[in-house]
Design a protein around this ligand. Sequence first.
Ligand code: PLP
Length: 474
Amino acid sequence: MQATPDLLRRTCDLALEFLNSLDTRPVALPAGVASFAAMAARAGGPLPARGEDPAQVIEHLASAIAPGLLASPGPRFFGFVIGGSLPAALAADWLTSAWDQNAFSSISSPAAAVAEHVAAAWLLEIFGLPATHSIGFTTGCTMASFTCLAAARHALYSQLGWDVERLGLAGAPPVTIVASDESHVSIFAALQMLGLGRDRALRIPTDPQGRMRTDALVSTLAAIDTPVLVCAQAGNVNTGAIDPLADIAAAVRARRGWLHVDGAFGLWAAASPSLRPLLAGIELADSLAVDGHKWLNVPYDCGLAIVADRAAHWNAMTLLAPYYQPDPAADPHQIRDNHNWTPEASRRARGFTVYAALRSLGRNGVAEMIERCCALARRMAERLSAGPGVEILNDVVLNQVLVRFHPAADTDATTDANTAAVIRRVQQDGTCWLSATDWHGMHAMRISVSNWSTTEADIDASAAAILRCAAHAG
Ligand SMILES: *Cc1c(COP(=O)(O)O)cnc(C)c1O
């Protein structure tokens, strides 16, 4: 026994204390830099020369950083696009740590390889994608897009007869990258890391909801004579809007091209029969990136890189380690070696939490969770729009709501300043937390409903708090 049962039981109690507090603890950020320094002082100090008792270390860790714990896994955290942890996924995550499997390969952990193999098949079924697509389990959606765009780079350079994995990009013939004016920053981060250049992407204008304009894409593509990589998105991070994927796919297919879709949260709409039509054409994408740790509600870290061309995916990611010697008789596309599908070698066994989440919800449960969050987002928009001066900026098609607060007629504050003031008040109020964004030249409150445990009562209490803050902002 390497860890005493008492230590792990006490740790479990500490975890439960936190989880049980989520319904009632203030949903607010700890105040500013002063408390950061105070926390660092309490947690830090000189590194002890001699080790301390593990039980004391855990007690100290838990109490020293407690003021900095955010209620982000709770039901009234609407900032960024976050999500919490489904009970089964959290429990599986504890086991993942205890089992401490290296998900590198089918030899380093047959269990981890099998979990990813099974979960991958279930995911493709849920997304309505062909079972032949390959999936890599990455740290998040940024690395999922990185992985997908590496596969795209492989395929496009193969067309040009250039072995990009061996030769790199120096002296390589050009390919053209196309993204939208509202592509998520992670797309440009991936381009930057892949040597494709963050500023080289041609940017396609968007419509009033933030969707890529197909007419503009078609005319841009007409002027390009190189292979082309088009990055579209399902789920604009501000509005939730989904690019017209079928039209975009048709335009890309009409020429030598690769279509990547960033569906960090929006791809989960494919799980719902009622929402799925929004994603028509998704099956035509060459690659798709999606998060597990957002809307599937598994703990960090989990993203999924999905690629139609398995060989391109494999060639872009595989390691040629001399110390890894699989059974030569085994078909590498049948036995799953996780390192062939992600940028990492040794890593956490991310398949267990996904497996547990999917199995605990079932196919219908995933659809229900996604539909429930969307219904709650619409409820939030309805509640808020009843308030004076409140404007909902977006069509609430998924789980995102963009809100502006016009000042009362007798003040001379601008709507931008008033909206900022409302957001600050809500952030201090502690009922719920959400953040600000700038969209189409306007300052706005952004609300994302992504947590499995959020109820109608949470929405009503939060909407009431927001309207209360709005009434007092001036
Ligand atoms: C969150 C997000 C990403 C990045 O995902 P990470 O898991 O944070 O790396 C990419 N695209 C969109 C639309 C997102 O919302």
